[in-house]
Design a protein around this ligand. Structure first.
Ligand code: PHE
Length: 355
């Protein structure tokens, strides 16, 4: 059939009311049957596209007899509008179904347990610090803290260590650039001064914190931790110091530990001592850890020097006190049989997770 003949037949068919009605019914059924977006598009091309029957009919209007033009135009355009509406409605329906489907299949079950978040724990140094703090809290001590960036006055001068004193050079101090009198504290003892400046006796306090020294080898890191202790009251004697330290050592290293005090020198205590504890590894018989002596050196202590009281306006005739200072890393190493202090700060999880 030639193109022209086909065209004529079509127009002939659609000009009649029945012809148009059946074309409309066919198109409407095609649109209704479309089940997804692609089928909708195919139905649009088939029933409303340039080559669709309806478009061809509307294009043929100019050639129709005059009396038919308005009728075919009116119904043809009505049919087109109705089919366009049907197409839009069906499209919406399909999108709705697709959305429902996605909501049904892609939903998240919020009651399922989440991904477990790896839980950390306190660093061995903090665990040790807390343990020491706990023991002293039980003895009636409270915790005080002071700054890590300290003045020369608090770190040395007020601790009876004047400029030029030989004890200063043994501290390997880090100074703050361009400031001769500002430094990283080399010990926690300056907190003693700050506390006594602020408060009246009696004082029972421990002062934990980071301290800094220019020193680095298997038993020294440039940053480490100390705990300072200070007890100021009336009638405090060296026997109180010894009893307190012994109680503490037994609490942390075991009930059968014994201690001994050896004479020593610190500028801010008089008399001064170093305290040893009986070796917890060999029980005092002698081993590698205690270099066969049976004793481990643990801390420095002494009776607060009356000169220090002078700096904080305490009357040494009315009050006395003792002070001590110990390294937290050293205590943790002894408790856990470690030999290299640097492992605390390598941040190797294989090490850290063991505690
Ligand atoms: N501050 C001293 C040090 O770091 C330790 C100490 C504290 C000694 C208190 C006596 C009294 O070596």
């Amino acid at each position: 059939m030639s193109a022209m003949k086909k065209y004529k037949d079509l127009v002939e068919e659609l000009r009649s009311y029945e012809g148009l009605a059946s074309m409309f019914a066919e198109a409407a059924a095609g649109i209704d049957a479309a089940g997804d977006s692609e089928a909708i598009e195919a139905a649009r091309v088939a029933h409303l596209g340039r080559k669709s029957k309806l478009s061809q009919l509307l294009r043929s209007i100019p050639e129709l007899p005059n009396e038919e033009k308005p009728v075919v135009g009116k119904y043809g355009n009505k049919a087109r509008a109705a089919l366009e509406q049907a197409l839009a409605d069906r499209k919406k329906e399909i999108e709705g179904v697709q959305l429902e489907h996605r909501l049904a299949t892609e939903q998240v079950d919020i009651t399922l347990p989440g991904e477990p978040f790896p839980r950390g724990h306190l660093h061995i140094i903090n665990q040790t610090l807390w343990e020491i703090e706990d023991i002293f809290a039980g003895l009636g001590y409270r915790i005080a803290e002071g700054p890590e960036v300290e003045s020369d006055y608090y770190n040395f001068t007020a601790l009876n260590t004047p400029e030029g004193h030989p004890a200063r050079s043994s501290h390997d101090t880090f100074f703050v650039d361009g400031k001769e009198d500002v430094l990283l504290r080399t010990h926690t003892s300056p907190v003693q001064i700050r506390l006594m400046e602020k408060e009246e006796p009696p004082i029972y306090a421990i002062m934990p914190g980071r301290v800094y020294r220019r020193d680095s080898d298997a038993t020294h890191t440039p940053m480490f931790h100390q705990i300072e202790g200070l007890a100021i009251d009336e009638h405090i004697t060296m026997a109180d110091l010894k009893g307190t330290l012994e109680t503490f050592m037994r609490a942390i290293f075991g009930a059968d530990r014994v201690i001994r005090l050896r004479p020593h020198f610190f500028p801010f205590t008089e008399p001064s001592v170093e305290m040893d504890v009986s070796c917890m590894i060999c029980g005092g018989a002698g081993c590698r850890s205690c270099k066969n002596s049976g004793w481990l050196e643990i801390l420095g202590a002494g009776m607060v020097d009356p000169n220090v009281f002078g700096f904080v306006d305490y009357d040494p005739d009315l009050v006395q006190g003792f002070a001590f200072g110990m390294g937290v890393e050293r205590i943790a190493m002894l408790k856990h049989g470690m030999t290299d202090l640097r492992m605390f700060y390598d941040n190797d999880l294989r090490f850290i997770k063991q505690f």
